[in-house]
Design a protein around this ligand. Structure first.
Ligand SMILES: Nc1nc2c(ncn2[C@@H]2O[C@H](COP(=O)(O)OP(=O)(O)O)[C@@H](O)[C@H]2O)c(=O)[nH]1
Ligand SMILES: [Mg+2]
Length: 298
């Protein structure tokens, strides 16, 4: 491939919470760089996933879902999503076609279709594996009506990896001819320390019910690499005193299972032995304190 044909650019993954943005990014990258849970608002930061082959480098920007919420954390998350959109070369606007087209999704599509952001838009219709066959065509027609000037409308299944090449080829058409930015073996901009915090948070999200996950954050206090592997100590911040015993579980059982699962995931990702210690700390209202959010990188 002559250098003058190589394409490189960034793709913002945009959409309501839970449509499958992080799943798509992981699928394309081939590693879990963004944590995924069935709960909305799992993704809090802007996360990069880098896909490189012989002819292109696509830098995917996974964003927190666009949603309403009156806490400082929620407002920060939505701001992150719009800022990522403004900086990207292409906008991939995702929706879940296994659920009815709701008002929030229509509003989001119209917001990007109004031309305030000049970048090309690709509509990504995810979860086609779960959608009824006869629902897809009317849905495509509806999206075309809402955003007639988009470059493409592509049904996919991020979970099953269906239509990935079609999507990647279409996205590549809309990024500039340019040399790669990242070395070919880079797949994310997150440090191992950040990935460790995210893997612990994923297990807390999966293990806990109701409001507890949304009021939880993870702070890595110790991160050492040694000859035998990694030593990691993490503090799980919870929003209320009563959350602490629930997270710890009977005889520490729940914490133990959270720790074991997070450790196994990290051992797979980093391909080394990991010693992971977890602590729980109560910090009421951390999600509404600008200073604390700043400390946590949120
Ligand atoms: N059936 C199905 N489920 C999916 C698909 N993509 C994502 N999901 C599920 O949808 C949920 C939310 O996914 P996630 O990637 O965290 O969504 P995000 O909030 O947009 O980042 C998870 O339970 C995923 O396993 C898909 O293509 N098909
Ligand atoms: Mg996500």
């Amino acid at each position: 491939m002559p250098d003058e044909l190589f394409r490189c650019g960034s793709v913002a993954l945009l959409g309501r919470p839970n449509v499958g943005k992080s799943t798509l990014m992981n699928r394309i990258i081939g590693a879990k760089v963004a944590i995924v849970t069935p709960k909305p608002q799992t993704t809090r930061h802007r996360i990069l996933g880098i896909h490189t082959n012989a002819s292109r480098q696509l830098v995917f920007v996974d964003t927190p879902g666009i949603h309403k919420g009156n806490k400082q954390l929620n407002r920060n998350m939505v701001r992150v999503a719009y800022a990522a959109a403004a900086e990207a070369d292409v906008l991939a606007v995702m929706q879940d076609v296994s659920a009815p087209l709701d008002r929030g999704t229509c509003a989001l599509i119209e917001r990007f279709a109004d031309g305030r952001l000049p970048q090309p838009r690709i509509h990504v219709l995810n979860k086609m594996d779960k959608a009824k066959n006869d629902a897809l065509l009317p849905r495509l027609a509806e999206i075309q009506r809402l955003d007639p000037n988009a470059k493409a409308y592509i049904p996919i299944s991020a979970r099953r990896g269906v239509q990935m090449d079609a999507l990647l080829d279409e996205l590549t058409r809309h990024v500039p001819v340019a040399p790669p930015i990242y070395a070919p073996d880079w797949y994310t901009d997150q440090t191992q320390r950040q990935l460790a915090a995210e893997y612990v948070r994923e297990q807390v999200f999966l293990a806990m019910q109701q409001e507890i996950p949304f009021q939880t954050a993870v702070d890595i206090e110790v991160f050492h690499e040694s000859e035998t592997g990694m030593e990691i100590e993490a503090v799980i911040l919870v929003g209320g005193e009563r959350h602490k015993p629930m997270l710890i579980g009977k005889g520490g059982a729940r914490m133990k299972s959270i720790g074991t699962r997070a450790r196994k995931g990290l051992e797979d990702l980093f391909a080394c032995h990991i010693n992971l210690k977890l602590w729980v700390k109560v910090d009421p209202g951390w999600f509404d304190h600008p200073g604390k959010l700043n400390d946590l990188g949120l």
